[in-house]
Design a protein around this ligand. Structure first.
Ligand SMILES: C[S@@+](CC[C@H](N)C(=O)[O-])C[C@H]1O[C@@H](n2cnc3c(N)ncnc32)[C@H](O)[C@@H]1O
Length: 239
C-alpha cells in the first residue's frame, strides 16, 4: 500500500493567480487544507474544494501534525498551504521532521515568494550587471531571533532584502553600514490589490515609510538595484 502523503504547497505572494498550476490542482482537489491565514489570500481558500479547511494561525505543530497524519492515513489528500514559497521564513522543515516520524511522506510544490513579487513591483532585478551580482535575504533580530548580521552584511555592497522587518525598519536602517544615499524601498502587500511602494534612500526611507503609514507585511529592499537607471551595464548576452 502507498505511504500516506502530505503536500506542502507555496501559495504565492498574494495575487491568487500567482499559485503554480500544480499547486492549484492540489488546492482544488484537496480533502484537508491547512493554510497560513494571515498571508494566504482568502480567494485561494475559497477556491479549494477541501471539506475541512483549517487556519494554522495560533496552532502549534503538536496540534497540526496529528490532524495531518490521521487524514493522510485515511487516504485523504492533505495540502499544507504556506505563503509565498515555503522555503523562506516558514516552519516547513520542523513539520516534515514530525510527519516523517509518523511514516508520512512529504512532497513540496514551490511557490512565488514575495521576494519576487517585490522585484516585479519595483520593475527591477536583484542581480544586475555593474550594480550587484549578489542578493542577501535576511531578517532583523527581534522576539524570535537573538541576533542578526545586518551591519556586517551591509558592508558587502550586495542587494539586500529584509523579511519580517517592517515594524523594525528604524532599527534595520540604524544597523546599515552602506552609504546614506544608497537607494532603498519598502513594498507593502506585493501583488495584492492594496500593494504600496515607497522608494527613497537609506537616509530618508524611515521617514517616508512613517508618512505612508506602512507598519506591517512589507519587504525592505536596499541597494542600487532599487534605482538602476544610469548605474548598470548592459548584459553581455544581449549586447
Ligand atoms: C513568515 S514570512 C513568509 C514569507 C513567505 N514564505 C514568502 O516566500 O514570501 C512573512 C513575511 O514575508 C513578507 N511578506 C509576505 N508576503 C508579502 C507580500 N505580499 N508583500 C510584501 N511582503 C510580504 C513580510 O516581510 C512578512 O512579514
Amino acid at each position: 500500500m502507498a505511504a500516506p502523503v502530505v503536500w506542502f504547497v507555496g501559495a504565492g505572494p498574494g495575487d491568487p493567480d500567482l499559485i503554480t498550476m500544480k499547486g492549484n490542482e492540489l488546492l482544488v482537489t484537496a480533502d484537508l487544507l491547512i493554510y497560513a491565514g494571515s498571508l494566504v489570500n482568502p480567494a485561494l481558500v475559497e477556491r479549494s474544494g477541501a471539506k475541512e479547511k483549517l487556519d494554522s494561525w495560533g496552532m502549534s505543530i503538536e496540534e497540526m501534525v496529528p490532524i495531518m497524519v490521521d487524514a493522510a492515513r485515511a487516504g485523504k489528500k492533505v495540502v499544507r498551504l504556506h505563503s509565498g514559497d515555503p522555503a523562506l521564513y516558514g516552519s516547513m522543515v520542523e513539520q516534515i521532521a514530525e510527519l516523517e516520524k509518523h511514516g508520512v511522506e512529504v512532497n513540496i510544490v514551490p511557490g512565488v515568494s514575495s521576494l519576487f513579487a517585490a522585484s516585479a513591483a519595483l520593475k527591477t532585478q536583484y542581480t544586475l550587471k555593474g550594480v550587484s551580482e549578489t542578493l542577501i535575504v535576511t531578517r532583523p533580530a527581534g522576539e524570535t531571533l537573538e541576533r542578526d548580521d545586518i551591519s556586517r552584511l551591509s558592508e558587502l555592497g550586495a542587494s539586500m532584502v529584509f523579511f519580517l522587518g517592517t515594524e523594525r525598519l528604524e532599527e534595520i536602517v540604524g544597523k546599515l553600514r552602506c552609504p546614506p544615499d544608497t537607494p532603498a524601498a519598502v513594498v507593502h502587500h506585493a501583488s495584492w490589490p492594496d500593494q504600496r511602494i515607497v522608494t527613497g534612500q537609506v537616509r530618508d526611507i524611515v521617514q517616508k515609510v512613517k508618512e505612508a503609514g506602512i507598519s506591517k507585511t512589507a519587504l525592505i529592499i536596499v541597494g542600487g538595484v532599487v534605482d538602476p537607471a544610469g548605474r548598470y551595464q548592459r548584459s553581455v548576452l544581449y549586447s
